[in-house]
Design a protein around this ligand. Structure first.
Ligand code: GTP
Length: 184
């Protein structure tokens, strides 16, 4: 059996339970899994063919485990990635700190990797704004930041899909987020 050809490697990074697997499930299988949370062990791989202009390319998506216990392993998965989706949970400020960690690391180690910062679980704050622990403007400032190489995009809400002057897009809901916005 011949090995599958992957045209672009994409890696999902972020603290445990932020919703990385849910995003991938939504994108690849158009579903949101309900039921007890099962943490990813090591990493999971899924291939997703997408149409870009007149050709089909295959994304190879590595969904890494968020637990710090697997941190060293996650480094293996982001090596050579064309894009990284760094997720944080809008209701968990510590997850945003963790996202900052991954963004910094990618900026230092993976020069050619496009970085997308994605706030998840917006449905939780829709009914109760007080649950929000990560300020929108803080996330936006960070994504557009003063780093030598700023992140490519910040997503907070797929519904508003607001466009910012820098071209930043916002997607906030794991249920509806579309990784196809990666722009390949
Ligand atoms: N309310 C809500 N819950 C979500 C959302 N996305 C994920 N969850 C829940 O959050 C929990 C963790 O989701 P996962 O997708 O497994 O998180 P993960 O980042 O892959 O976690 P690790 O595998 O530990 O790294 C699960 O119980 C999900 O159902 C969302 O958008 N809204």
């Amino acid at each position: 059996m011949s090995a599958m050809r992957v045209d672009a490697k994409v890696v999902m990074l972020g603290k445990e339970s932020v919703g990385k697997t849910s995003l991938v499930e939504r994108y690849v299988h158009h579903r949101f899994l309900v039921g007890p949370y099962q943490n990813t062990i090591g990493a999971a791989f899924v291939a997703k063919p997408i149409q870009v202009a007149d050709r089909v390319i295959t994304l190879g998506i590595w969904d890494t485990a968020g637990s710090e216990r697997y941190e060293a392993m996650s480094r293996i998965y982001y090596r050579g990635a064309r894009a990284a989706v760094v997720c944080y949970d809008l209701t968990d400020s510590s997850s945003f700190q963790r996202a900052r960690f991954w963004v910094k690391e990618l900026q230092n180690c993976e020069e050619h990797c496009k970085i997308y910062v994605c706030g998840t679980k917006s449905d939780l704050i829709e009914g109760e704004r007080a649950l929000r622990q990560v300020d929108f403007h803080d996330a936006q400032d960070f994504a557009e930041g003063d780093e030598p190489r700023p992140t490519s995009r910040l997503w907070e809400s797929v519904i508003s899909v607001a466009s910012f002057p820098s071209g930043t897009k916002l997607v906030e809901r794991a249920h509806t987020s579309k990784l196809c916005m990666l722009g390949f």
